[in-house]
Design a protein around this ligand. Structure first.
Ligand code: ITT
Length: 195
């Protein structure tokens, strides 16, 4: 019997990416799939605290096993910004293009363009919380390229690649992805619990 987990997110891009990496043993239900319409706030100043908040809110509501994730783009020359504020970097509108524009503006005269995506997953499994981290290192390009993916994908080139995440298919992005690395840890954990 496959295990079912609710994924506490309203970000449909994340749901697509996660569904593309789980095998047959795990069924992932988005909030929409589970019939839950709620906007969970992310008020804290760490990815860990926000991920915990999201999974806890959904667990209290459903009493079911669930997980959430919070991801930030951490740019070395900007002392780790936008980091936990990645979604709202250019304002409450959470607009991907405005966020990219502001990032490129802030890095205009910067040669050192190292950055990383960091994902923290909070899993609530049988009333206990477990955290898993995934990191993808890379650099911020000078101009956006590509139309696939979401968020900062057009300006992020992962180490080991010469094209941006937004120029990659989902399978290609998954070979590097922070989210996939964190998700693999969650899947390994569940396989051990269920074996
Ligand atoms: P939740 O419902 O899961 O909270 P969200 O869109 O608020 O969804 P986050 O706070 O985790 O998600 O993400 C912060 C932002 O970081 C997100 O809006 C994107 O702009 C960016 N981001 C996250 N993962 C990304 C990825 O894989 N590629 C590019 N940008 C990404």
């Amino acid at each position: 019997m496959p295990t079912t987990l609710i994924f506490a997110t309203n970000n449909t891009n994340k749901v697509k990416e996660i569904k593309s990496v789980v095998g047959e043993n795990l069924i992932v239900l988005s909030l929409a799939d589970a019939g839950i319409n709620i906007d969970i706030p992310e008020p804290f100043d760490t990815l860990e605290a926000n991920a915990t908040e999201k999974s806890t809110v959904i667990h209290q509501l459903t009493k079911k096993n669930c997980f959430s994730e919070d991801t930030g783009l951490e740019v070395a020359a900007l002392n780790g910004a936008p980091g936990v504020k990645s979604a709202r970097y250019a304002g409450e509108g959470r607009d991907f293009q405005s966020n990219i524009d502001l990032l490129l503006l802030n890095l205009q005269h910067e040669h050192h363009r190292a950055a990383q995506f960091r994902t923290v997953i909070s899993l609530i499994w049988e009333q206990q919380e477990y955290l898993f981290e995934g990191i993808c290192t890379g650099k911020i390009s000078h101009e956006p390229k590509g139309t696939k993916g979401f968020g900062y994908d057009p300006v992020f080139i992962p180490d080991g690649a010469i094209i941006s995440f937004a120029e990659m298919t989902m399978d290609e992005k998954n070979q590097f992805s922070h989210r996939k690395k964190a998700m693999n840890k969650l899947i390994d954990f569940l396989m051990q619990k269920l074996s």
